[in-house]
Design a protein around this ligand. Structure first.
Ligand SMILES: *Cc1c(COP(=O)(O)O)cnc(C)c1O
Length: 408
């Protein structure tokens, strides 16, 4: 940005056009609050899309990143470091893999899912070329993870895709019909976040576990958005009481530091062998120290339970908002989709920002909430006031539109 340019001009001329106009420029954050370049304060109920689990500038995050940067940041994967081994052990414990579990580290959700895709191929070989995934689920933007993502409009400009992936309706019947002994793996997003916080049918994960096991296919659960305590369990699959073959994590585990991981269970842990995968940055001392500190703080402060309790409180508060626009809520814990009566999620999100609240339109008629896991009464009360104001702004505009359209 040059001295005379506005930030909008700089973003417009210098950043790749893969994203539309930036909605604001933020210069600092603290807890659940952000400040823009005009020093205006916002309540952040998006948390960088379920990333800033502890909110902004949390002392545990700042301390870990500073101390590790001053000690040892990176040595390559030819070598081990203490924070890397500690984080692998922690992820195994929290995911409940038992001793057989193993952890592969990457730097993002997509990298975690790329590793999972390769895991599926290693398991399937040429005997099992089929990979199943769910329509409308999101697994990433790289060519491999895009091939796993059941959204035709996202794939279309980049065809042809990596072959072998088939997309299913999210029903047990569709799964029963599709599974056979030529399937290497089933990928499941336990709550479809990008699709609008869409829950799976009751009992789906249990049925998926039983059916994949019967046919010798891996069950791979994408916990990138739902993991790290967000749904009121460390990982969403744990609500179903099943054991998958692998999970992928990213977003919340780094609390704002880019890190992702593939955690394998049981014999799926034996599939990779030397030379089959790797990443230069993946699992370096700096990133793993920060993620270790973030998970330790989530544990110390009881934030998994807080996500469950505050999620309930938030849902009840939303249900009590007197607005004709609200149709209901979806999701679990602190991953919430507020369903709207009209396709005005974009307008509600823009109005919310005007009122000092950051949320996101996951689709035309759903507002996504993914606040920091450590929010309390103060943040929830403020959210309700700001969100109610935003809804009224949009509802008033709709009424005005309707009145104007009525012939005199
Ligand atoms: C965000 C997300 C990804 C992709 O993660 P990136 O870090 O953006 O690569 C994959 N799966 C799910 C469920 C996600 O929410």
């Amino acid at each position: 940005m040059t001295d005379t340019q506005t930030w909008q001009e700089a973003a417009g001329s210098d950043l790749t056009l893969n994203v539309g106009d930036r909605k604001a420029m933020f210069v600092r954050g603290e807890g659940a609050y952000l400040w823009d370049d005009a020093d205006r304060r916002y309540l952040d109920f998006l948390a960088g899309i379920a990333v800033d689990a502890l909110g902004h500038a949390h002392p545990a995050f700042v301390e870990a990143i500073s101390a590790q940067a001053a000690t040892l940041a990176h040595v390559s994967n030819y070598f081990a470091t203490p924070p890397q081994l500690a984080l692998a052990a922690t992820l195994k414990r929290l995911a409940g893999t038992g001793p057989a579990g193993r952890v592969y580290f990457g730097n993002s959700g997509a990298e975690a899912n790329e590793a999972a895709f390769k895991l599926a191929r290693l398991h399937g070989g040429t005997e099992r070329p089929r990979i199943l995934a769910l329509k409308d689920a999101f697994h990433g933007r790289t060519m491999g993870t895009l091939a796993l993502t059941g959204k035709p409009y996202m794939q279309e400009p980049f065809l042809p895709m990596t072959p072998g992936v088939e997309f299913l309706d999210s029903t047990v019947e569709a799964l029963e019909a599709a599974l056979d002994d030529r399937v290497a793996a089933l990928f499941v997003e336990p709550i479809k976040g990008e699709a609008g916080v869409v829950d799976l049918p009751e009992g789906y994960l249990e049925a998926a576990r039983e059916l994949t096991e019967r046919h010798g296919a891996l069950l791979i659960i994408d916990e990138i958005q739902t993991g790290a305590g967000r749904t009121g369990a460390w990982f969403a699959f744990q609500h179903a009481g099943i054991t998958p073959d692998a999970i992928t994590v990213a977003k919340g585990i780094g609390g704002g530091f880019p890190i992702g991981a593939l955690v394998t269970f049981g014999t799926a842990s034996d599939l990779f062998y030397p030379g089959t995968h790797g990443s230069t940055f993946g699992g370096n001392a700096l990133g793993t120290a920060v993620a270790g500190a973030v998970l330790a703080e989530i544990e110390r402060a009881g934030l998994v339970d807080n996500a469950a309790d505050r999620g309930r409180q938030l849902r009840e508060a939303i249900a009590a908002i007197d607005s004709p626009l609200i149709a209901g809520t979806r999701g679990r814990g602190l991953l919430i989709g507020v369903a709207l009566q009209h396709p005005v999620a974009g307008a509600v999100t823009a109005a919310a920002q005007q009122h000092g609240l950051i949320v996101n339109a996951a689709n035309d008629d759903t507002v996504r909430l993914a606040p920091p896991l450590n929010i309390g009464d103060v943040e929830i009360d403020e959210f309700v006031a700001l969100f109610t104001a935003a809804l009224h702004t949009v509802a008033d505009a709709l009424v005005l539109d309707a009145t104007e359209e009525t012939p005199a």
